[in-house]
Ligand binder design. Structure first.
Ligand SMILES: [Zn+2]
Ligand SMILES: [Zn+2]
Length: 259
């Protein structure tokens, strides 16, 4: 069994094809998926999906790339996360690649999510792009991670260095690899994945984006997470069943779920 730890199946291009998407998950032995919230206006749809399907979970948060969107308060995030199907806070984090200029608002929004995670004890889903130094600094300042008395979380769609991976792992975090790791051009990331212990790895699609090989360039969907798992098994030279089992166990452990 595989678990897609990060997807956006509430986006219209995927939500319109739910029966097909669920069938593909079953075909590829993908047993669960976490539908990740990106803004407050879409949150009711995300929650509705998780309520409708027993093996779909959800999160609440506002993505760092969404500039013109209602700003969440700590209280709001805490309140909206008060449902057993909401298992995480995010996605949140910093993105200095997609947006430039004065991004103090992005850092403030990130701090808000970490505070909500500490209050709710629900793990963080962190998006970081071209901003790893500030990401790790703010995580430390706000007490993210198990060391600081916060809760752990996941660095999703990881594309940073081994050094950043190690800093996150030291704080109790998991590293999630997407289809990017399967791309021929991703040699540096493959070297990182080889070093990250399997006990700290999650796998994801980030669908509808970033379809893994051999579907690169097509619309992605949770069923394709199996290709990410297969690739990591090949990279590490271990049986695919071991990757499937361990990454699924990691998911249940991080999000405090009973398998
Ligand atoms: Zn992201
Ligand atoms: Zn995402």
């Amino acid at each position: 069994m595989f678990i897609d730890s990060h997807c956006h199946i509430n986006f219209p291009e995927l939500a319109a094809r739910m029966p097909e998407i669920l069938a593909k998950m079953a075909d590829n032995k993908v047993t669960h998926a976490l539908c990740v919230s990106v803004d407050l206006p879409d949150f009711p749809q995300v929650l509705a999906l998780a309520k409708e399907y027993p093996h779909i979970y959800a999160s609440v948060g506002v993505h760092p790339d969404y500039e013109d969107t209602p700003e969440p308060s700590v209280e709001q995030l805490v309140e909206l996360s008060n449902d057993p199907k909401i298992i995480a806070i995010g996605e949140t984090g910093l993105d200095y690649f997609r947006l430039q200029g004065d991004l103090e608002w992005q850092r403030e929004r990130f701090r808000t999510h970490i505070k909500a995670s500490r209050i709710t004890r629900k793990p963080l889903i962190i998006h970081t792009r071209a901003a790893s130094e500030d990401t790790i600094r703010i995580m430390r300042e706000e007490g993210a991670g198990t060391e600081a008395g916060g809760v752990a979380g996941v660095m999703h769609c990881f594309t940073e260095s081994l050094e950043v991976a190690r800093a996150a792992i030291d704080m109790g975090f998991y590293i999630s690899f997407s289809g990017i790791v399967t791309f021929k051009s991703a040699k540096d990331l493959q070297a990182v994945a080889l070093e990250v212990p399997l006990e700290r790895i999650l796998i994801e699609t980030d669908s509808p984006y970033l379809a893994p090989m051999p579907h690169r360039g097509k619309m992605n969907e949770p069923g394709f997470v199996a290709h990410v798992g297969e690739y990591i098994a090949k990279l590490k030279g271990i049986p695919v069943e071991q990757v499937a089992e361990q990454t699924s166990a990691n998911f249940f452990k991080l999000f405090n779920l009973v398998a």
